[in-house]
Design a protein around this ligand. Structure first.
Ligand code: ACO
Length: 350
């Protein structure tokens, strides 16, 4: 936000700003260019006079001061493209470009890698929830920042941007803690990658899901076609991808794209409930189980059997005591029934 008081001074700086504004208006892209020019002017605050600037902007360009302030708040720093809040054992990660429907820009993708680094092995975090600010979960890849701008720079830039985006989805698929996609609104195209990367997904009835790429003439982005085949039946995947028609949260749940759909007003409460269920379980067992579910899909029965025996033995190596405590509470204490609830980890947090 712009804060007063500003030192008075240089009309030339304001002239630069207004030139930008004129170009911006001519191209119908007021905000982006205004923001960029503001940053340029603000980098030299000693010579910047906000009052003079506003006077000029509010004249010929009919830009109100409130719009100007709004515009400055739209320029998010790299770090602000994702909001992280850790509360009651849950890392709430919110894609934060609501004015762009949380389209995944290179900056956002880079920041997601940072955020995953921050929370993956934090003792304060047992579950990660991924959601979006505003009306979108994510509108998919940022057509400008991710595609057009990088394509203009060449193959190196394209590959670099792909490493970051594919990189954080891969990190999320194999994340140490269970993950939940909380789909609060629009979810398009490349947005299916983080959706699939999360172990569980809960949607608002009001959410809209679509493989919209066909509508602007490309293949579904990245691995999205593969994801559609993983999560949907052949006929549904084909219809969804070929028509570009979007479906709401309820249909997404009926098709198996998400676990459940509830009214938007109840979405967070439902996800919090699921988080509490997961937080009560043994974390080593959770990681082994989520990996097993993902891995065995492409294995033969015999290969899966071998892998799963070794996965259990590896889990025992990390936490044999937890497993023994679970057995002890059932067999000796008779204090719980594993068929109905988890063992009490407070007696042996492990
Ligand atoms: N990439 C870049 N900018 C986007 C994207 C996107 N994927 N989605 C939305 N935006 C921008 C718009 O350009 C607009 O910017 P502006 O204010 O500078 O003009 C802003 O976000 C708001 O978008 P609106 O279209 O005005 O929002 P509305 O709520 O009316 O519609 C909707 C939302 C339906 C999501 C629409 O924005 C849309 O169709 N977006 C594209 C969805 C899509 O096709 N995604 C797949 C991308 S390809 C891929 O992921 C591989």
């Amino acid at each position: 936000m712009v804060t007063a008081p500003w030192p008075s001074g240089n009309r030339r700086q304001c002239g630069i700003l207004c030139d930008f504004a004129r170009v911006a208006l001519a191209h119908g892209k007021v905000w982006n260019l205004l923001v960029r020019s503001c940053a340029q002017v603000l980098s030299d605050p000693e010579t910047f006079d906000l009052a003079v600037c506003m006077e000029t902007l509010t004249g010929p360009f009919r830009i109100k001061p409130s719009m100007f302030l709004h515009a400055t708040s739209l320029e998010r720093s790299h770090a602000e493209t994702v909001i992280l809040e850790v509360r009651d054992g849950v890392a709430w990660v919110r894609l934060n470009r609501p004015e762009k429907r949380n389209a995944m820009s290179p900056e956002l993708n880079r920041q997601m890698l940072n955020v995953l680094d921050q929370v993956e092995f934090s003792d304060e975090v047992g579950v990660l929830v991924l959601t979006g600010e505003g009306s979108a979960f994510t509108a998919g890849m940022d057509l400008k920042g991710y595609f057009r701008d990088n394509e203009a720079k060449g193959l190196g830039a394209i590959r670099s941007a792909q490493r970051e985006s594919y990189g954080w989805w891969r990190r999320l698929r194999w994340f140490q803690k269970p993950t939940i996609a909380m789909v609060n609104g629009w979810c398009f195209g490349g947005g299916y990658a983080p959706l699939f990367a999360c172990d569980l997904a809960f949607a608002a009835d009001e959410a809209q899901f679509g493989l919209s790429e066909i509508n602007w003439g490309i293949l579904p982005g990245g691995c999205v076609t593969k994801i559609a085949r993983e999560l949907l039946s052949f006929r549904r995947a084909m219809y969804h991808a070929l028509t570009g028609e979007s479906i709401d949260g309820r249909t997404a749940a009926a098709w198996g794209l998400v676990n459940e759909s509830v009214p938007l007003a109840n979405l967070q409460a439902r996800v919090e409930e699921v988080c509490r269920v997961l937080l009560a379980k043994n974390p080593v067992a959770l990681k082994a189980t989520k990996d097993a579910i993902r891995r065995v899909g492409e294995m033969t029965y015999d290969n899966a059997e071998d892998y799963l025996i070794r996965a259990q033995e590896a889990a025992n190596f990390f936490d044999s005591a937890g497993r023994e405590e679970g057995m002890r509470q059932f067999l000796d204490d008779k204090s719980y029934k594993p068929g109905l609830s988890p063992y009490d980890r407070s007696k042996h947090p492990g």
